[in-house]
Design a protein around this ligand. Structure first.
Ligand SMILES: [Mn+2]
Length: 240
C-alpha cells in the first residue's frame, strides 16, 4: 500500500517526529518527557529512520509497534534499491551511512528490509474539518488529492518518487505555494535549526544525527518538543 490512511484519533494525541537516522535513544527520552501513552497516542515519522546514526538496527522493533506509523524516506528507498538492484545502489547506500545494514546477520537484515518495504510513501490522518498529510520531502505539484489517487492506484510516477523522497526546493526557496487538499503537510529531509513552516508545510528535520536536535510535534495542539543531541555532555551542567 503506497498511502496509508489513519482514522481520526479521538482518544489520544498524535505526535510526529523528524528524521531519526538511528537516534532511537533520544526518541525514547522524548516520549517519556511528553508522557506518551501507547494505549491511545500515536507516533508518526516523516521517514529516514535509518543510516548514519548509532541505532539504525532498532528501526525494525519500533516499526513493529501498533502505535508507530512511518513513511518511507530516501534512506529507506536507498536500502531497498541496494537489495533489489546491486551493486551500484549498494555502493550508494554504503556511502550514505548504510554500512550498518551489511553488518547485520542475514535474518536481521531480512527482517529490516521486510519492514521498510512495507512503508507507504504517504500517510493521511483524518482530523476535524479535513486531513493532515505526512511525506518525507514534499508533495508533487502541491496537489494532495491527485497524489493520493495515484498512490491509491499503486501508480506513482518517477517524478512522484523524486519529489516525495528527495525534493529540497521549498526550503531552498523559502516557500513554494500552499499544498491543496490538506490542512497541513508534515515533512523532514532537509535539516533546519528549528521546526519551521513554509506555506502550510511544517518541516521537522532538526538534524539530530548531525549534532542538532530531535523534534516532536503534536498535531492536536501544535506543541513542539526538542531534545539536543549532546544531552549527555550537557548533563554535567545539571545541579543535583
Ligand atoms: Mn532524507
Amino acid at each position: 500500500m503506497m498511502i496509508r490512511k489513519l482514522p481520526r484519533n479521538t482518544e489520544g494525541r498524535d505526535w510526529v517526529v523528524g528524521d531519526l537516522h538511528g537516534c532511537f535513544s533520544q526518541l525514547g527520552r522524548l516520549l517519556s518527557i511528553i508522557a506518551f501513552n501507547p494505549a491511545c497516542d500515536r507516533l508518526l515519522s516523516v521517514g529516514d529512520l535509518i543510516d548514519r546514526g548509532p541505532e539504525s538496527h532498532l528501526a525494525v522493533q519500533w516499526l513493529a509497534q501498533p502505535w508507530f506509523h512511518a513513511v518511507r524516506g530516501n534512506h529507506e528507498q536507498m536500502a531497498l534499491d541496494a537489495m533489489r538492484n546491486p551493486p551500484d545502489n549498494q555502493e550508494r547506500h554504503l556511502c550514505n551511512g548504510g554500512a550498518w545494514l551489511a553488518e547485520q546477520g542475514q535474518a536481521e537484515r531480512d527482517a529490516c528490509l521486510a519492514a521498510i518495504s512495507q512503508l507507504p510513501l504517504a500517510l493521511e490522518i483524518a482530523v476535524v474539518g479535513g486531513r493532515i498529510g505526512v511525506v518525507h520531502a514534499d508533495c508533487p505539484d502541491n496537489d494532495w488529492r491527485s497524489l493520493s489517487a495515484r498512490l491509491d492506484a499503486d501508480n506513482p510516477s518517477e517524478q512522484d518518487y523524486s519529489t516525495l523522497l528527495w525534493s529540497r526546493s521549498r526550503v531552498k526557496n523559502g516557500g513554494g505555494g500552499q499544498v491543496q487538499g490538506v490542512n497541513l503537510l508534515l515533512v523532514g529531509h532537509t535539516p533546519q535549526e528549528h521546526a519551521i513552516m513554509y506555506d502550510n508545510v511544517m518541516h521537522l528535520d532538526t538534524g539530530a544525527v548531525y549534532g542538532g536536535k530531535l523534534t516532536l510535534f503534536c498535531i492536536n495542539d501544535f506543541v513542539e518538543v526538542s531534545l539536543p543531541a549532546n544531552v549527555e555532555y550537557m548533563a554535567q551542567f545539571l545541579v543535583h
